[in-house]
Design a protein around this ligand. Structure first.
Ligand SMILES: [Zn+2]
Length: 284
């Protein structure tokens, strides 16, 4: 009998989460506020996300009959409300992703607390969403961040790379579930043009092969395949085709649980609490 490294519900062999970080202009505004005042070119590159990319992705998910997880900064909700509303109304999960995409390495604990309150307030008041999940902008996480997330009622974080199945990050108020990410499964380092960077724009065929291989190997390892894409990057025409081809090839494997970050986290937290039958027996 083969051992199961990580048990998934209903005897599934692995889990797959498609996640989209809907940054729009927010990351650029935070990192380069001076340049953002005059560089229409940089702003428009990112506006491709709300203008074109999001709806292409929504149509793709509709064709594939898949629910995905969108992490959205407060700024994006305020400035591209209609696109965010369409994501919500299509039934996808919405998680928090900073206010103006603040990379946490630049913030002290007090500033991080303030930014956390601001983003939650915007998600609640504009979209009526109380997010279960958080993804830190640029996957930048401070030592105190897990505690902060726990205090603000988050079920899970999805910004760390310490495993490739869900795991517990300790906090002073008990464990926070981590739904881990990894650079290999991020579209930005592969597809974004950055002057001076060593990476060229990747051929979608090569990326399909790379992601398919990573999926097949993770599936054999009972892993949790979390793909991170950005609407302004992966909303480009040939990359939408790549995503469709990827999911089609993943569906040929038996026992893949296509799901959301929240469902993975609920499964993981439920396992930690112990099977219901065991809990029942303990009752007097
Ligand atoms: Zn982001």
């Amino acid at each position: 009998m083969t051992t199961v490294r990580y048990p998934w519900p209903s005897g599934k062999r692995s889990a797959a989460v498609l996640s989209f970080d809907f940054d729009a202009e927010s990351g650029f505004l935070f990192r380069e506020p001076e340049k953002a005042r005059h560089s229409l070119g940089d702003l428009e590159e990112r506006r491709f996300g709300p203008r074109v990319g999001v709806d292409r992705i929504l149509r793709l998910l509709d064709r594939l009959k898949l629910r995905a997880t969108f992490f959205i900064p407060g700024w994006t909700v305020e400035h591209h409300f209609e696109a965010c509303r369409r994501i919500r109304d299509a039934g996808h999960e919405i998680g928090a992703h900073g206010n103006v995409h603040e990379a946490l390495g630049f913030l002290d604990e007090q500033q991080e607390e303030r930014v956390m309150r601001e983003q939650l307030e915007i998600l609640a008041s504009r979209l009526g969403v109380r997010p279960a999940g958080y993804r830190s902008p640029s996957w930048d996480v401070n030592a105190w961040t897990p505690d902060l997330l726990k205090r603000h009622g988050f079920l899970y974080d999805s910004s760390l790379m310490g495993n490739d199945v869900p795991y517990d990050v300790p906090t002073t108020q008990g464990p926070l579930t981590e739904v881990p990410v990894q650079w290999l499964l991020d579209d930005a380092p592969l597809f974004r043009h950055v002057y001076g960077a060593t990476n060229a724009i990747a051929d979608p065929g090569r990326v399909l092969q790379m992601w398919s291989k990573e999926f097949a190997a993770m599936h054999a390892e009972n892993g949790c395949f979390v793909l991170t894409c950005h609407p302004f990057v992966s909303g480009r025409a040939s990359r939408i085709v790549l995503l469709e081809d990827l999911v089609t090839s993943m569906r040929r494997a038996r026992g893949v649980w296509f799901t959301t970050g929240e469902e993975v986290a609920r499964w993981h937290a439920g396992r930690a609490a112990g099977p219901p039958a065991t809990r029942l027996r303990r009752r007097p």
